[in-house]
Design a protein around this ligand. Structure first.
Ligand code: SDX
Length: 384
């Protein structure tokens, strides 16, 4: 390429393109901010219920607002047994349906019984956001219980949102440290401006379609391993490395070099926006390690392996882990089945999606970008 010719930026995937504004969140190299509050501040000082209210209502809740919001969540955790029975059946027949697909089906079924499904008014969408946030852990639990060979459990109104999610997912009441780690992970995963799944939800909402349809679209987008599915893929990758290097026939360095030679995408690493590291990754890694040290010291080997992999990626590629990398190790240490990692991401990101859907509906214009035609020149049908 002649020296004078400047390589045009690669804008595939809308890279580097600002395509709208939002008051919900700011994602940049130096900060991650939810409605004016920095992520480390929220992770250290707020609960997921408080952060969810902040995202949905737009301000920090008063004590009364928080109590009312928390009660509304607890009052709406139950799901009709006819829906849960379907979820339980498709969770095991056929055996290999991904829990994200089952959750997408669950949200569709829940929408048919939501009396305000077709009402896109602000008040109705706020109420629908609460119902969706409240019911997702129940849907996740109905999927996991038959896979564990046990009966599903009922939501427990004495438990916080994070604790109830673990209760629904495992059928066991969680230790307080497990609840805290889950609560922090839900805060970290809640919102991230125009990421692929949120932008998908906004595009659907921009046609005047309903919140449940936009959420189903968001689930479809988040499922991919380049996006939310990376937390499962990152754990699977670590398990492969652990397995392949366990008999010392190969070192971690050699495993990584093979991956580089094969030009493999290493899951849990890299980010479209963050080039100097994901503000969330270090926070989640610290909480995962804390849980290890307090409850599962034998599983610290996973964090040691993760640190080695991270060091090689940084040294060889100058690529940093995103939040999905420590999430994989952390959820594994908590004993959560790997295929449920991304559904848990949904249980958190439902708050960001709903905030963006409401923002889109409040000041809407259909999202319809232009395309650069790269097809054949004009031809005559009869002459060709
Ligand atoms: C999430 O957008 C968000 O905000 C998402 C998210 C959120 O909270 O909503 O943060 C959550 O989805 C995090 C990302 C999870 N995905 C993964 O961990 C999958 C692995 N990562 C890569 O596929 C990639 O880094 C992406 C998808 C995250 C970003 O894609 P980009 O912006 O197109 O990648 P890039 O321009 O930064 O990469 C430039 C080059 C690559 O060139 P290509 O092969 O893509 O042409 O850097 C290399 C690669 O050569 N590279 C990697 C790599 N990431 C980048 N090489 C190996 N492994 C990787 N993970």
């Amino acid at each position: 390429m002649p020296a004078c010719e400047v390589k045009s930026a690669d804008t595939r995937g809308l890279a580097g393109q600002t395509v709208g504004d939002t008051s919900v969140c700011s994602v940049n190299q130096t900060q991650l901010i939810y409605r004016g509050y920095e992520i480390a501040d929220l992770a250290a000082n707020a609960t997921f219920e408080e952060v969810a209210f902040l995202l949905l209502a737009g301000h920090k809740p008063s004590a009364d607002e928080l109590a009312e919001f928390d009660q509304a969540l607890k009052d709406n955790r139950s799901v009709e047994s006819s829906i849960l029975d379907v979820i339980e059946r498709i969770a095991v027949e056929p055996a290999d349906v991904h829990p994200m697909s089952i959750l997408r089906t669950g949200i569709s079924m829940v929408s048919h019984l939501d009396p305000e499904c077709e009402d896109n008014s602000a008040d109705a969408e706020y109420r629908k956001s609460i119902r969706l946030m409240a019911k997702i852990p129940t849907l996740i639990g109905a999927c996991q219980a038959p896979r564990d060979g046990r009966s599903r459990v009922e939501p427990d109104a004495s438990l916080s949102h994070a604790a109830n999610l673990l209760w629904m997912l495992t059928g066991k009441k969680p230790e307080s440290i497990a609840t805290k780690v889950m609560d922090v992970s839900l805060i970290l995963y809640a919102e991230h401006d125009f990421n692929a799944s949120t932008f998908t939800s906004r595009v659907i909402a921009s046609t005047n379609s309903d919140m449940h349809s936009a959420v189903c679209g968001g689930i479809g987008a988040l499922k991919g391993n380049l996006h939310g599915g990376a937390n499962e893929a990152a754990m699977d990758m670590l398990a492969d490395i652990m397995n392949d290097t366990s008999d010392s026939s190969m070192t971690v360095e050699e495993w990584m070099q093979n991956a580089f030679n094969e030009k493999r995408k290493l899951m849990g690493f890299g980010h479209r926006v963050y080039k100097n590291g994901d503000h969330r990754a270090g926070i989640l890694r610290e909480w995962g390690l804390k849980y290890c040290e307090e409850v599962e010291p034998d599983k610290k080997v996973w964090f040691d392996l993760g640190d080695e992999v991270q060091g090689i990626m940084h040294r060889e590629k100058d690529i940093h882990p995103n939040v999905d990398f420590p999430c994989g190790m952390t959820y594994f240490t908590l004993g959560i089945p790997v295929p449920q990692y991304t559904p848990i991401f949904v249980a958190s990101r439902i708050t960001g999606w709903c905030a963006h859907i409401m923002e889109q509906h409040a000041n809407n214009r259909i999202i319809r970008p232009l395309a650069q035609y790269a097809g054949p020149d004009l031809m005559s049908w009869c002459d060709s």
